[in-house]
Design a protein around this ligand. Structure first.
Ligand SMILES: NC(=O)c1ccc[n+]([C@@H]2O[C@H](COP(=O)([O-])OP(=O)(O)OC[C@H]3O[C@@H](n4cnc5c(N)ncnc54)[C@H](OP(=O)(O)O)[C@@H]3O)[C@@H](O)[C@H]2O)c1
Length: 226
């Protein structure tokens, strides 16, 4: 399966890309500028040179959306709409994992504060922008910090809460996401549950600031997924 990371040159996208490439996945890093994607991929390939069979390539977001079997969106809230508009013709019925968090930084405020969106959550906003496609939108990775992802090869001490309306798509997403060592996925239910999942992120960012850490995460305990 080819995984395309749209807006993949930033800290969240690139570190997810590294983790999935180490896990043996075929990763495409997308950018508004193909050249930037190619440079970032070169840096990753150098960094991961001790791993066998790393498959990573760089291309424009549009080409990445066309080429990928599954898409991951990792852009700031302010870039969410233009980025999705630029790729929507190529999304079709693909799974779209959306990491977007509506942080107050989008309007010049604090990363430890949330802003309310008319749609309820960033993931629901993605679904609305892609409503003319058959995309299966799933909120994912919202609570996993780029520092945890970057800390290769350490396992990640954080659950990945996901929400989406398509159960089959969520099964595929869970199988993929759990290839990252340490990550356990918790299916929180329908896409509207993203309203709560996304709100946890500014709380974690605030805790990281307060306790001078980069690795704050969360674990849901006391439930069995069997
Ligand atoms: N960083 C984290 O720890 C973390 C954790 C959980 C969730 N998230 C969420 O994941 C998303 C990405 O986070 P990030 O820290 O990786 O973001 P970022 O580094 O600020 O941006 C990611 C990429 O988005 C593209 N981009 C930036 N501004 C844009 C604009 N105005 N228009 C179009 N494209 C633009 C850029 O790619 P090109 O220039 O190559 O096009 C950039 O490399 C955010 O929604 C964030 O809330 C982040």
């Amino acid at each position: 399966m080819k995984i395309s990371i749209i807006g993949g040159t930033g800290s969240q996208g690139l570190n997810l890309g590294k983790r999935f490439a180490i896990a043996g996945e075929d990763v495409i890093i997308g950018s508004r500028k193909e050249e930037k994607a190619l440079t970032k991929v070169e840096e990753c390939l150098d960094l991961l040179k001790d791993y066998d069979n790393i498959k990573m390539e760089g291309m424009s977001n549009e080409d990445a959306a066309k080429a990928g079997d599954l898409l991951i969106l990792t852009v700031p809230l302010s870039a969410q709409k233009p980025t999705l508009q630029s790729i929507k013709d190529f999304v079709g019925d693909k799974i779209v994992l959306d990491a977007t968090v509506p942080l107050e930084t989008a309007i010049g405020g604090s990363p430890a504060r949330f802003i309310d969106l008319m749609e309820g959550s960033a993931a629901e906003r993605t679904a609305k922008i892609l409503k003319k496609t058959d995309a299966k939108v799933i909120a994912a990775f919202n609570n996993i910090s780029n520092s945890l992802l970057e800390n290769i090869p350490e396992p990640i001490d954080c659950d990945c809460l996901i929400a989406g309306n398509d159960n089959e798509a969520k099964k595929i997403a869970i199988e993929l996401i759990e290839k990252i060592p340490g990550v356990e996925c918790i299916d929180c239910g329908k896409l509207e549950k993203a309203r709560m999942i996304e709100k946890i992120t500014p709380l974690l960012i605030g805790l990281n600031i307060k306790y001078k850490s980069h690795y704050g995460g969360l674990r849901i305990t006391g439930i069995s997924r069997e």
